[in-house]
Design a protein around this ligand. Structure first.
Ligand code: UT7
Length: 329
């Protein structure tokens, strides 16, 4: 086992919008079927924000739950990190909106734009800040309203995405438990396989960019699938080895919830049986940066991930970005 444990997660929370979008609902919108979606992705239902409900609202709700769980108050927070690609505005950061909504006056705040890997990137930064003694209480949040950038005329993508947020409170470790290690990696060469071309300065919004639907997610699903299986398997294997763990030491694997077949493949790659691979993709779809912290909170609150147990978190997303973390609770 790793000897240098510097930080630990002491609280988690999540926020899920009330409104749902089922496979049956999607059958009414595009040429798809419940059967196709279930067999290709494992998804059954996603949650979608109401009009006026923002990413920062979901993040703030998740953060409050995580702080309650940790037994800390908003004034304890000295850094807020939000992983999101669906921030409230072009700028300022969504983290600043969360800071304002929480009233966390002692905190600095920033966003991480690492798509589905945003929570893992945030966790690595939180751990590093705590190691460097630059922060004592870091709120790491993954929050998305992907429904706002989903093209509901494109059956290749619109069946996949949902909204939500999850949060974790990270503090210095008490020595025995905590973040055993983190790993992050990117490959910008393949960005065109999964991206949203519009809304940035490369294609400033205009009638043409809207007509060309550049403000929506574009994905080459099959290519992304292959890259995700390889990268997530590599990342999970890497963190297990680097933290001197064996498959038997891993009580749970929580992968980014993009597709049941990718989640299963990651578990198989690191020889962790299905019973220890957490799956909730059927209930939320792909919520990008939110998927891992939502699953982590659910697993803890359901009593499936208990104190003393070790979880491997692993993500892959647009960029490409990917990463992993091993955490003992
Ligand atoms: O979160 C970041 C990472 N994202 C991911 O990891 C997503 C990775 N990709 C995937 O999960 C899968 O590639 C998809 C679920 C997106 C697609 O599954 P697939 O098994 O790779 O299907 P495909 O793209 O190869 O498409 C197979 C067929 C195509 O028809 P033809 O060309 O074979 O006639 C598609 O047009 O399925 C068709 N298709 C659909 N049919 C019914 C694509 N989307 C749909 C749909 N309903 N919603």
């Amino acid at each position: 086992m790793s000897e240098n444990i510097n930080s630990m997660i002491i609280g988690t929370g999540r926020a899920i919008p009330e409104k749902t979008l089922t496979n049956k609902d999607l059958e009414q919108i595009v040429d798809t079927s419940d059967e196709w979606i279930r067999t290709r992705t494992g998804m059954q239902v996603r949650h979608i924000v109401a009009d006026g409900e923002l990413t920062s609202d979901l993040c703030t709700r998740a953060a409050k739950e995580a702080l309650d769980d940790a037994g800390l108050g908003v004034m304890d927070i000295d850094m807020i990190i939000v992983g999101t690609i669906t921030g409230d505005m072009g700028f300022p950061s969504t983290a600043c909106f969360v800071q304002q909504k929480l009233g966390a006056e002692n905190a600095a705040a920033m966003d991480i734009h690492a798509a589905c890997s945003g929570f893992i990137y945030g966790l690595e930064i939180a751990d590093s800040l705590i190691v460097a003694k630059k922060a004592k209480t870091v709120l790491v949040i993954g929050g998305e309203t992907l429904s706002r950038i989903t093209d509901y005329t494109d059956r290749n993508t619109c069946v996949l995405f949902g909204d939500g947020a999850g949060a974790a409170v990270v503090v210095p470790s008490d020595g025995n438990r905590g973040i055993l290690g983190t790993f992050t990696k990117s490959d910008g060469r393949l960005y065109e396989l999964l991206y949203m071309p519009g809304m940035g300065t490369a294609h400033p919004p205009s009638h043409e960019t809207v007509d060309q639907r550049l403000h929506y997610i574009k994905m080459a699903g099959r290519e992304v699938f292959k890259a995700a299986v390889t990268a997530m398997g590599d990342a999970a294997e890497h963190i297990i080895e680097r933290c001197n763990l064996s498959s038997d030491d891993v009580d749970m694997v929580i992968s980014h919830q993009a597709n049941l077949r990718i989640i299963d493949a990651t578990g198989r790659r690191v020889k962790v049986p299905k019973s220890r691979v957490y799956v909730n993709v059927q209930n939320y779809g792909n919520t990008s940066a939110a998927s891992i912290p939502i699953a982590l909170d659910e697993a803890r609150r359901e009593g499936k991930l208990r104190d003393g147990q070790t979880v491997v978190l692993v993500a892959f997303g647009a960029g490409f970005t990917w990463g992993s973390a091993a955490v003992r609770f």
